[in-house]
Design a protein around this ligand. Sequence first.
Ligand code: T5A
Length: 211
Amino acid sequence: MRGRFITLEGGEGAGKSTQAALLADDLRGTGLDVVVTREPGGAPGAEDIRALLVNGEVGRWRPLTEALLHYAARREHLDATILPALAAGRWVVCDRFADSTLAYQGYGHGLDRETVARLHRLVVGDLGPDLTIILDLPVDEGLARAAGRGAGGDRYERMDRQFHERLRQGFLDIARRNLDRCAVVDATAPLDQVQHEIRRIVQARLGPVGS
Ligand code: T5A
């Protein structure tokens, strides 16, 4: 039986990586075989493309070029990691996926929705998450959490505050337009409460899991 595909989305520092690991542990505790992966990246070639995207000057790429790089990495990630895992019956928990392109390159950088949709149809087609958790929190809080990790921040963290506000509203709009697939979680809550809420949503949306 095909595995399930769950994505975590949201702005900078929302807690996606932390919650992806916790969710995977929860699912493994029920006997499931789980792969945790991320975008951009998640496969050797895709990680090479990631380096082009997260490093360097803020204005390094034009919006369409940037979207093409994300979709190139995504196709590699799908073929090398996600699709083989799902076909083998494994569950895939992915830290960001295509909603991030619409939020960042679309709502954030102003690339129009139809262009992103056309790229998506060409590169990804009908493949998509069974469930998307959108972690929502105020921009300043997310940026402060991300900054707390030190190292000066990656290219996206250095983009201006208005950009981050647009993509926060973008993720909320994506959730409103995809009620069957998406659930928004208040990421200002303590870690364990966010974890509990995600566990509740997974069970409610995907049914009892594991053995
Ligand atoms: N991107 C990506 C695009 O522009 N288009 C695309 O199509 C895709 C796929 C790299 C960048 O690429 C862009 C978006 C990104 O900027 P990334 O590696 O996922 O993507 O980078 P970030 O989103 O920046 O990921 P972060 O690692 O910064 O944020 P997370 O994963 O949301 O947050 P996390 O778990 O690392 O937590 C951050 C800090 O907050 C604490 C954690 O301990 C950690 O210190 N924390 C909490 N503190 C208090 N309460 C809670 N509930 C907390 N949860 C976590």
